[in-house]
Design a protein around this ligand. Structure first.
Ligand code: BGC
Length: 425
C-alpha cells in the first residue's frame, strides 16, 4: 500500500452559510425565506457553527484531522458596500487561531455560493463591478487575517453553473424517497417564477439584477467569475506572497459510452475552459461526488445504486477526476468528496474506495496534497435543506448536540495512521 506523504492534509470541509446559521445578510437568505421558494426549508440556525466553532474544531482535531476547510462569509465581513465589520473579522481571527492551537491547517474559501445582498444591487455575478468588490474583500481578508491563512480557495466551484447546466440536461432517475427538488426540476426555470420577482422586490431591485452566483450561467457571468478569481489571487499574492492560492472546481468523472465527442465537450466546459485562468495558481481544489455517463446524444441515465442526492454511488470517480485534472500540471487538493447517506457503513466504504483511488494516483506520480471530506457535519444542503446527510458528525438541530458517527472515527484513524500518530483504537 502506498503510504500517504507525511505532509498530506487530512480534513473535512464546510461552508459558512451551510453551518454557521442566521446568515441573513446573504442573497440566499432572501431566496430561502421568500414565499414560493424553491428551497425545501430555510437555513435558519444551521449548525450554529458561528458560536460553536471552538468545540467543533477541537473535536475535529481529536478525531485525528490536521486540516479544516471552511469559508469566511463575505456577507458578514462586508455587510454594506465598502462597510467592513471589524467585529466579524475579529471573529474569524479567533476561529483561525483556534485551528492553529489545535494543530489544524486552515484552508479558507472566500466565496462559497453566497454573496452579500448589496452585490445584487450592482447586478450580482452578471455585473463586471463585482470583480473589484470581490478583490477588495479578498485584500481585506489577506491584510487582516492573512498571517493565519496558509491556503485560500478564492471561489468555490467556479464552474458549478456550467456543470449544473449539463446535469440538468441529463435524464434523471428519481429515488422513491427523494425529497422535493432532488430531481433538480425546481432549478430549471427559477427566473420565470413569481418567487423570483418577489425576491427581487424584497431586495429593492429589478428582477434582471438578481444574479446570485448559482443562478448565473451566461458566458459573461462565467468570464466575470474567472476575472474575480484572478483579481483576488493577484491581490492576495501582493499582500501575502507566501500564501497558496487556488480555485475549486466541481467535477464529475465523465465516462464515455460511445460518446467521446460529448465527453470532450463536457470536460471542456467544466474544466479545460477554466485552465487559462488558473495560470499562477498554487493548487487546484478538486471536488467530486460521482460520475456521468455520456453517449453520442448526451448524458445517459445512471446505472448504479443512487445516493440520497440521486447520484450514482461510485467513489472511483475521484481517481478518474484526479487523473484528468492532473493534466493541468497544478498540485491537486481534494477539497470536497463525500456521500449523502443515512447508512454510515456505506459512507465508510465510500471513503475507503475513494482513498484507494487517491493512493493509486499517488503511486502513479500524481501530485495530490490533501483530502478534505465533505462534510464535517450534516448541514444545510442548499435547495434540498437538511434532509441530505453528508456529515461525519450528526447534528441535532433542536439541541445542536453533535454525535460522532463511526465514519468520523474511521477517517480520523486513517489520518492518524498516515500522520504517524498513536491510534485511538
Ligand atoms: C458544494 C457544497 C455542497 C456539496 C454537496 C458542493 O457542490 O460545494 O456546498 O453541499 O457539493 O452537494
Amino acid at each position: 500500500m502506498t503510504s500517504f506523504p507525511k505532509t498530506f492534509l487530512w480534513g473535512t470541509a464546510t461552508a459558512a452559510h451551510q453551518v454557521e446559521g442566521n446568515n441573513f445578510n446573504a442573497d440566499f437568505w432572501v431566496m430561502e425565506t421568500t414565499p414560493g421558494t424553491i428551497f425545501a426549508e430555510p437555513s435558519g440556525d444551521a449548525c450554529d457553527h458561528y458560536h460553536r466553532y471552538a468545540e467543533d474544531i477541537r473535536l475535529l482535531s481529536e478525531l485525528g484531522f490536521n486540516a479544516y476547510r471552511f469559508s469566511i462569509e463575505w456577507a458578514r465581513v462586508e455587510p454594506e458596500d465598502g462597510l467592513f465589520s471589524a467585529a466579524t473579522i475579529a471573529h474569524y481571527r479567533r476561529m483561525l487561531a483556534c485551528c492553529h492551537e489545535h494543530g489544524i491547517t486552515p484552508m479558507v474559501t472566500l466565496h462559497h455560493f453566497t454573496s452579500p445582498r448589496w452585490t445584487m444591487r450592482l447586478g450580482g455575478w452578471e455585473s463586471a463591478e463585482i470583480v473589484a468588490r470581490f478583490a477588495r474583500y479578498a485584500e481585506r481578508i489577506a491584510r487582516d487575517l492573512g498571517d493565519l491563512i496558509p491556503y485560500y480557495c478564492t471561489i468555490n466551484e467556479a464552474n458549478l453553473p456550467s456543470l449544473l447546466a449539463v446535469m440538468l440536461s441529463a435524464p434523471q432517475r428519481k429515488r422513491d424517497d427523494a425529497p422535493v427538488g432532488a430531481d433538480m426540476s425546481a432549478m430549471r426555470n427559477p427566473r420565470e417564477t413569481p418567487w423570483w420577482q418577489e425576491c427581487a422586490r424584497r431586495m429593492g431591485i429589478a428582477p434582471e439584477r438578481l444574479n446570485p452566483f448559482l443562478f448565473s450561467n451566461t458566458p459573461s457571468a462565467r468570464a466575470i467569475v474567472c476575472r474575480a478569481h484572478e483579481a483576488a489571487r493577484e491581490v492576495i499574492k501582493r499582500v501575502r506572497p507566501e500564501a497558496r492560492v487556488g480555485i475549486t472546481l466541481a467535477l464529475v468523472d465523465v465516462q464515455s459510452r460511445g460518446g467521446d465527442q460529448v465527453a470532450q465537450r463536457i470536460w471542456h466546459d467544466i474544466l479545460y475552459s477554466f485552465a487559462p485562468h488558473l495560470k499562477g495558481d498554487d493548487f487546484l481544489g478538486v471536488q467530486n461526488y460521482s460520475r456521468m455517463l455520456v453517449g453520442p446524444d448526451g448524458p445517459l441515465p445512471p446505472e448504479l445504486e443512487l445516493t440520497q442526492m440521486g447520484y450514482e454511488f461510485y467513489p472511483e470517480a475521484l481517481a478518474g477526476v484526479l487523473r484528468e485534472t492532473s493534466k493541468l500540471g497544478l498540485p491537486l487538493i481534494v477539497t470536497e468528496n463525500g456521500v449523502a447517506t443515512d447508512d454510515d457503513a456505506r459512507r465508510i466504504e465510500f471513503i475507503d474506495r475513494a482513498l484507494a483511488g487517491v493512493q493509486a494516483c499517488l503511486r502513479d506520480g500524481i501530485d495530490v496534497r490533501g483530502y478534505t471530506y465533505w462534510s464535517a457535519f450534516d448541514n444545510f444542503e442548499w435547495m434540498l435543506g437538511y434532509k441530505m446527510h453528508f456529515g461525519l458528525i450528526a447534528v441535532d438541530r433542536a439541541t445542536q448536540q453533535r454525535t460522532v458517527k463511526p465514519s468520523a472515527r474511521h477517517l480520523g484513524e486513517i489520518a492518524r495512521r498516515a500522520r504517524g500518530l498513536a491510534l485511538h483504537l
